[in-house]
Design a protein around this ligand. Structure first.
Ligand code: GLN
Length: 497
């Protein structure tokens, strides 16, 4: 049962074919067996999962049916869960314990999910490979010499390696979709404002969204429906009727128009990757969709725009980590020196780089030249999408230009930033967007085939239509199942991966 989907597990627990406690045990054993090699988790919360399981079993015995009864859940370590360390994979928060539980997590726990532990990530969610974690190393379960993607690398690796049924990630510019593509799982970023950010440690507040990472689109819809909706604790959540997505899944694409972006020409991709996307587009057509060309002339400015807006917001959000209120404190001769020593010791290089860029872009004299211009570009990008969606229901494109790469392959920051070329424009426009497994690159020379993801994006608030389209594609292709997970060696927990 531990390898089943969330939908199957909840059904079996509600039918009392298996207990939630048995699932908590099985998930714990799985983590002990595999996480020494994979490194998906920064901390395991075994006791919490047993307590949650007991509560689920009692409720089910009393006749209550819970939509996520006994579903093992992994939580990215930038989300607060009361009583757990919430580190953002940073030295500055290494020993900080959350005093409360965030809304999205709480809604899933109320639905019967079992909190297994907190997963590794790029420090403060800044990165595309998980290599910026200051606290651990996560590998790709499909090839242990490659990165899992990032920043939600631990969450995708946990689901891919069977160490969790469902995981939560956060996506600011691609951090759910790119790693999901790298690890052969479904990763879904909802419309900005659909899921509460209360209890999510902020990176760039106008972009951050929490979303599900799952084996199937059906599970993503199930989890999204339970998490979404207005939250009085987050003023940016939208008070707008929710269309249930889990009941809107479809099996074909008749009458659906899929936009193919003129500026995202597949000829730019390496041939074995290009072939996978050509087939993916053809498969959409086979299912009855009409492919239409759409233009996103400003999308190519997405990465440049994002790397002004996101650092600007992070330089402000991360000002609170100063040794006074949370986490690490390194004493200096006076308060100014204490701030400096704490931040110098507590933040890693990439976080410092972003704080410097952001502070510069917001400083007087440069504010209009950089930050304001970036905001204008953001508006143009959103307008391009709005025009495109006048002629199509969803846009299809690669989630990333390459499959997962080797550790230390991207040493200059810009080559890492470009990993989000296909995901950042949707984030800037606030759109719902997901990655669904779409096939395998076929490398030569004895290298393992690596998974690729098809990115599907919809208009604002069109979650139901988008997940329906993704489900039809997934069910007819089932790429996630075509290559089995390689054997994962047993490595004692805590040993270097
Ligand atoms: N890779 C991008 C960055 O480093 C996106 C990260 C994210 O979505 N959190 O900012």
């Amino acid at each position: 049962m531990i390898d089943a989907t969330a939908t199957e597990i909840a059904r079996a627990v509600n039918a009392r074919e298996i207990s939630a406690l048995e699932l908590a045990e099985a998930a714990h054993v799985r983590i002990l067996e595999r996480d020494g090699a994979i490194g998906a988790y920064l901390s395991e919360t075994y006791e919490l999962s047993r307590i949650a399981a007991q509560r689920v079993d009692d409720a089910v015995k009393a006749g209550t049916s819970l939509p996520l009864a006994g579903v093992p859940l992994a939580i990215k370590d930038n989300m607060c869960v009361a009583g757990t360390t919430t580190t953002c994979a940073s030295k500055i928060l290494e020993h900080w314990v959350s005093p409360y539980t965030g809304t999205a997590v709480q809604r899933l726990l109320d639905a019967g999910a079992l909190p297994l532990g907190k997963t590794n990530m790029d420090e403060f969610a800044m990165g595309s490979s998980c290599e910026n974690s200051a606290l651990g190393r996560t590998v790709n379960p499909y090839d242990l010499t490659r990165v899992p993607g990032g920043s939600s690398g631990g969450s995708v690796a946990a689901v891919a390696a069977g160490e969790a049924t469902v995981a939560l990630g956060s996506d600011t510019g691609g951090s759910i979709r790119e790693p999901a593509a790298f690890c052969n799982v479904v990763g879904f970023k909802p419309t900005y404002g659909r899921v509460s950010r209360y209890g999510l440690i902020a990176f760039a507040s106008s972009l951050d969204q929490i979303g599900p990472i799952t084996q199937t689109v059906e599970d993503a819809a199930l989890v999204y429906d339970l998490m979404a909706g207005k939250d009085p604790m987050d003023a940016t959540t939208v008070d707008r009727a929710l269309e249930p997505t889990h009941t809107a899944l479809r099996e074909d694409l008749r009458g659906v128009r899929i936009g193919i972006v003129k500026e995202f020409a597949l000829s730019a991709l390496e041939p074995s990757v290009r072939a996978v996307y050509e087939r993916a587009y053809a498969d959409l057509e086979k299912l009855g969709a009409e492919l239409v060309e759409v233009e996103l002339p400003t999308a190519e400015y997405g990465v440049a725009t994002y790397y002004l807006i996101a650092p600007a917001e992070c330089s402000s959000n991360l000002a609170r980590f100063d040794g006074m209120r949370y986490g690490l404190r390194v004493e200096g001769a006076d308060i100014g020196e204490t701030y400096e020593a704490t931040r110098a010791a507590g933040f890693g290089d990439e976080v410092k780089r972003r704080i410097l860029i952001g502070t510069y872009a917001l400083s007087s004299g440069y504010y209009d030249a950089y930050y304001v211009r970036a905001q204008k570009a953001r508006t143009l990008i959103a307008a391009d999408f709005a025009r495109a969606f006048a002629t199509c229901d969803a846009i299809a494109c690669p989630a990333a230009a390459t499959p997962a790469f080797a550790f230390n392959a991207k040493t200059d920051p810009v080559s890492m930033y470009l990993m989000d070329y296909y995901t950042i424009p949707m984030s800037l426009a606030g759109l719902p967007s997901l990655s669904v497994p779409c096939g395998w690159s076929a490398p030569t020379g004895g290298l393992s085939p690596m998974p690729l993801g098809l990115e599907l994006s919809g208009p604002l608030f069109a979650e139901a239509s988008l997940l329906g389209i993704a489900h039809a594609y997934e069910q007819s292709t089932r790429h996630a199942r075509t290559v089995a997970l390689p054997a994962i060696p047993h490595v004692a927990a805590g040993a270097p991966a």
